[in-house]
Write a protein that binds this ligand. Structure first.
Ligand SMILES: *Cc1c(COP(=O)(O)O)cnc(C)c1O
Length: 406
């Protein structure tokens, strides 16, 4: 075994099960392992590396700000934060932003905002506010967040969980309408479920949810940590249905593939529930993170990465749907955010990922026996072609092996 893998195995917690490859360098959509072998990154760090690895403009923004002022806390004002928040709000149609670091923290911020809005604006009785989420959701790993998960492994052994959460089936607007009570503060939803297996809801779902939330005076909170910032071919995935949420979480690609940067954005009425001292984060909105986040948003727009995701995504979807292989059950997604689901009785998604890795194509399986393709948005059509060919060959091999065993 590689000494690097051995060291990690000995000294790190075993809360992940990585593929047996040791990566040392990245550039755009490519990464290199310890043996100097080139791989195509078809996972983009779960969408955190939409700008590609070590984007020169982002590395420049990082090093420039790092040499000037990096961390000072929110006890003082710094120049990068306001400018970063302004651009994030302008690009998403929101009124105000609250910077955090990880996605889970942004979601926690959204939950706190929704509860306080329920008590102070909607006049829900003290400690009665409820938040509705969806079955199959993924919003992070804190105790409150896994408390609203429907995935047993995320919850088992970690209870008790905070009360006040309800689950409804994803993609079922009638179920949402039926679950709302006068105490409901918010509905939290991913426009496409990412970790849940790249699950695309029926057309019109989000627009219907918007209408229901408006009618019943419930906040619509979209978790766009994975689907936002161009991943699905629009700045926000909820734009596909012309929906503007009341609150929004961003993360992952917001850090330009360099730093953890997240944000809760909202309409003014919602954000204004926070008073000084109500909520915060030592590192949230630090000048280094804000400078990198600001440049990440600019690069996204100025380099046309959103249009690129839409165009290359359509093309990739057609190519993947053109693969004729009995192991494939369904190909679904939007933009450069595509899941390839396999028949669970025929092959394991992890086996497919191991086969792809041997051909220098890196990605990871997700729920529902699905392999995810979410490469950096800067990827070239030539590399995508190579990835599709690699998948075709891998599946041919696996299908032939399956026939021989059967
Ligand atoms: C990844 C993810 C999160 C959590 O982000 P972390 O940075 O890992 O805490 C939350 N919501 C969605 C939709 C995600 O994909």
């Amino acid at each position: 075994m590689s000494t690097v893998i051995n060291l990690e195995d000995t000294w790190c917690a075993h809360n992940y099960h990585p593929l047996a490859v040791v990566l040392v360098r990245g550039d755009g959509a490519l990464v290199w392992d310890e043996h100097g072998r080139r791989h195509i990154d078809m996972m983009g760090a779960y969408s955190a590396v939409s700008h590609g690895h070590c984007h020169p403009r982002l590395v420049a923004a990082l090093t420039k700000q790092a040499g000037k002022l990096a961390v000072i806390s929110r006890a003082f004002h710094t120049a990068p934060l306001g400018a970063f928040a302004e651009l994030a709000c302008r690009l998403t149609g929101m009124d105000a932003a609250l910077p955090m670091n990880t996605g889970a923290e942004a979601v926690e911020t959204a939950l706190k905002a929704a509860r306080k809005w329920a008590y102070t604006i909607k006049q829900v009785a003290a400690d009665r506010a409820r938040i509705i989420a969806c079955q199959g959701n993924f919003h992070g790993r804190t105790i409150a967040i896994v408390g609203m998960s429907s995935v047993p492994q995320y919850r088992d052994g970690f209870g008790p969980f905070p009360p006040g959460f309800d689950l409804v089936p994803y993609g079922d607007a009638a179920a949402l309408a039926a679950a709302i009570t006068p105490d409901t503060a918010a509905f939290l939803v991913e426009p496409i479920q990412g970790e849940g297996g790249i699950v695309v809801p029926p057309p019109g779902y989000l627009a219907q949810c918007r209408r229901i939330c408006d009618e019943k005076r419930v906040l619509l909170l979209c978790d766009e940590i994975q689907t936002g910032l161009g991943r699905t071919g629009r700045m926000l995935a909820c734009e596909h249905e012309g929906v503007r949420p009341d609150g929004l979480t961003l993360g992952k690609a917001l850090g330009g593939g360099l730093l953890p940067v997240s944000m809760f954005l909202a309409r003014r009425e919602v954000m204004d529930v926070f008073q000084p001292g109500d909520h915060g984060s030592t590192f949230g909105g630090n000048p280094l993170a804000a400078a990198v986040g600001h440049e990440a948003l600019r690069v996204l727009v100025e380099e046309g990465l959103i249009e690129r995701s839409a165009e290359l995504g359509d093309w990739l979807m057609r190519r993947l749907r053109g693969i004729d292989n009995p192991l494939i059950k369904e190909v679904r997604g939007r933009g450069l955010f595509i899941g390839i689901e396999f028949h669970p009785d025929k092959v394991d998604a992890r086996t497919v990922c191991e086969g792809l890795a041997r051909r220098g194509i890196l990605t990871k399986d997700t729920h529902r026996n699905t392999v995810r393709f979410a490469p950096p948005l800067v990827i070239s059509r030539a590399l995508l072609t190579e990835a599709v060919e690699g998948l075709r060959l891998t599946l041919d091999e696996l299908a032939a092996a399956a026939t021989v065993t059967a």
